[in-house]
Design a protein around this ligand. Structure first.
Ligand code: SF4
Ligand code: SF4
Length: 56
């Protein structure tokens, strides 16, 4: 999930996602849960810690 109160929309995580499940739309960051493989490659690189894995 994305904590939108913390995410500063820097866009850093977008190219890190292998299946391109992260989208920046209308200034909100969205993760497509159907496309996300749960690889966690986006979680640690986020400079503000806005990305976290949650159980489906
Ligand atoms: S890396 Fe973090 S702060 Fe940057 S767009 Fe992604 S979730 Fe938001
Ligand atoms: S966990 Fe992996 S597949 Fe899911 S949004 Fe992050 S980088 Fe993309």
């Amino acid at each position: 999930m994305v904590d939108l109160a913390v995410c500063d929309r820097c866009g850093l995580c977008l190219p890190l996602c292998p299946p391109a499940a992260i989208h920046l739309a209308l200034s909100d960051l969205l993760v497509d849960r159907q496309t996300c493989t749960g690889c966690r490659k986006c979680v640690a690189p986020c400079p503000v810690g806005a990305l976290a894995m949650v159980d489906a």
